[in-house]
Design a protein around this ligand. Structure first.
Ligand SMILES: [Mg+2]
Length: 271
């Protein structure tokens, strides 16, 4: 699908695009490409479903690798989830995401409830999630109408050893099938809100934005449907384009390339 118009801004996924996986080693050429992008004057932001790092740590790690990024560049599912909860005065949550972020939630003013009633059940990536923790949310969801907040719905991700791990999208689908009386809400990709937030951050219309990701299903379908240009890079979850066979042709990305360094950067025109 060809969309008219020049690319004026870039919305960029982190894992699989800037870095390979949870080991956070840069993809070849990505540090240079990002520095050329910064020098071009085109606005950009990082649209990330990362729910395993504190935002400040995530940015510090990337900056330490040489990427030209600050916290102002990050549009993250974790922050959007916290905002969703605060706007509704939901303070006490059942956190099913990584225990490594438990202290971060507490520092941000949330109470983590281990049993009994809570204001929301919150899902993030968690390689240690066990059945007992999932069983523990059955009563709130089935008896008390507690909402399920999915920070994102990625079906799988690559862990610190590059191994595929089931993601919150799988657990969200399982819990949604229970048909509890509360709502199921998603704030990260593929829900629209995080894309709109990214566009607002870079200040362009969808047709002027290019979304770059290694996940054509969880990340690029929504970007394309919103009218953005889309680029699928093969430097992360999928080593080839075979995954497209599982998608409707109308949702295929505009560009497929081995990594972001194959993409042209359009220079800011001087008026
Ligand atoms: Mg990714």
């Amino acid at each position: 699908m060809k969309r008219p118009g020049k690319v004026k801004a870039y919305l960029i996924d982190i894992e699989g695009v800037l870095v390979r996986d949870k080991r956070y080693q840069p993809v070849n050429g990505s540090v240079d490409w990002m520095n050329r992008l910064a020098a071009s004057g085109r606005p950009y932001c990082l649209v990330s479903n990362n729910t395993t790092h504190r935002p400040a740590d995530l940015i510090a790690d990337l900056a330490g690798l040489g990427f030209p990024v600050t916290e102002g560049h990050l549009v993250g599912a974790l922050s959007l989830g916290m905002r969703w909860l605060r706007e509704r005065n939901r303070q006490n949550i059942r956190w099913l995401g990584t225990p490594a972020l438990a202290d971060f939630w507490r520092e941000e003013g949330f109470g983590l409830v281990r049993e009994g009633a809570c204001d929301a059940v919150v899902l993030g990536a968690n390689p240690e999630l066990d059945i007992a923790a999932l069983d523990g949310v059955l009563d709130p969801m089935l008896e008390e109408g507690t909402d399920l907040l999915c920070l994102h719905r990625n079906l799988f991700y690559l862990d610190g050893s590059g191994r595929r791990r089931l993601g919150p999208g799988v657990w969200a689908a399982a819990l949604e099938a229970l048909q509890g009386t509360g709502q199921v809400v998603t704030v990260g990709k593929p829900a629209e809100g995080i894309y709109q937030e990214g566009l607002k951050r870079v200040g362009v219309a969808p047709a002027e934005a290019l979304f770059i990701s290694d996940d054509p299903i969880s990340d690029l379908v929504t970007a394309g449907r919103l009218g953005m240009h889309t680029a699928f890079v093969l430097s992360g979850k999928f080593p080839d384009h075979g995954v497209l066979a599982r998608m409707a042709e109308a949702d295929w990305p505009d560009i497929i390339c081995s990594s972001m360094s194959d993409l042209d950067i359009q220079e800011e025109e001087t008026a």
